[in-house]
Design a protein around this ligand. Sequence first.
Ligand SMILES: *Cc1c(COP(=O)(O)O)cnc(C)c1O
Length: 373
Amino acid sequence: MKHYYLGLAAGYSAKQILKHTFAIGCERDRGALQRYLTQRYKGETILAKNGRSALTLALKAYFEPGDGVILNGFTCYAVYEAVKEAQLVPIWADINKDSLNFDKDTLEQAISAATSVAGSTTNIKGIVVQNSLGNPVDIAKIEKIAKKHNLMIVEDMAHCVGAKYPDGREVGTVGVAAALSFGKDKAIDAISGGAVVLRDPLKSPIKAPNKLPKISDTLRARFYPIFGAVARGLSYIHLGGIWMRALVKIHWVEKSADNKLDITRKIAKFEAKMALGQLKNISDIKSPLRKYYLVRDRGKVLGELRKNGYYFDGLWYEKPVSPIRYYKKVHFPEDRCPVATKVAQEIVNLPTYYAEQSLAEAKKIIGKNKEEQ
Ligand SMILES: *Cc1c(COP(=O)(O)O)cnc(C)c1O
């Protein structure tokens, strides 16, 4: 009987779990990761606690409080958190369902909607490009719009490392800054960590994180792959969920969305080591991150998938800004982003770290229920 848990460090092989759990990092590893990123993406690199802290540093370096930045209307709460932390105004652009990214039309619509409101004082200054689930945007077109409206591009590389844009440039080499996440299930997955590469001269100075990581955070990141593997094992006898919920309750596991934003803390040394290992090894990079499908009745499809041994630990994404428990805080303009709102109800996606044949049955089930495109 098939049994796949699509989440909970499922992308980690037994070998990787051992490597991660017993990795000994040293200060040199932070330096090596920093130098590697600087060389690869041609900018000043600052390592951070996680992706949202890295993105916050990028935003603080190039924007002033009160500036507006355009965000992809299909993303995770971490992005919104970073924008708020930098005291910027989020402007949501609707997506194109063929890429899950905004395109030139939805960008223009978002810009005119934000500036045409009577008495609007929103000063739009930037665009965060996300390359959702590893699908690159048509960057040349985005750049044209950025130029026209005098906007700076920041690349959020959480989903997309190593991929090329349609014009051949590598993701992370275009914007004024690029933020990376090394969080759970991201393109580079060291359970947590992040980095920002600042490619243009800064508008405002920022302080590199100088506090050590919290021991509790480091321990959680260290043991998560083991806890995840146990959960996946226990899920055969339907106890995986209980095990995970218990670990969350006693704070030995933290849900990704709850990972704290903190621009003062450094990345853990062993995480720097694990992230660098993956960056250097192209086959470790998950690209695209997930393959997605739009289905007519998602509840039914998920039920059928579960019956056939596929278990999901969260959907990317169940709301235009996920997870659902934080969605209300965002005040997302559903009326202006109808595609994102609909896609969030219909999307199912599968990680790319399993072999084709492992997901064959899942693809068949999804295929039967696929929306006409
Ligand atoms: C997860 C994620 C982040 C933030 O990463 P963390 O390391 O979890 O803080 C940023 N952007 C996108 C698109 C993400 O999915």
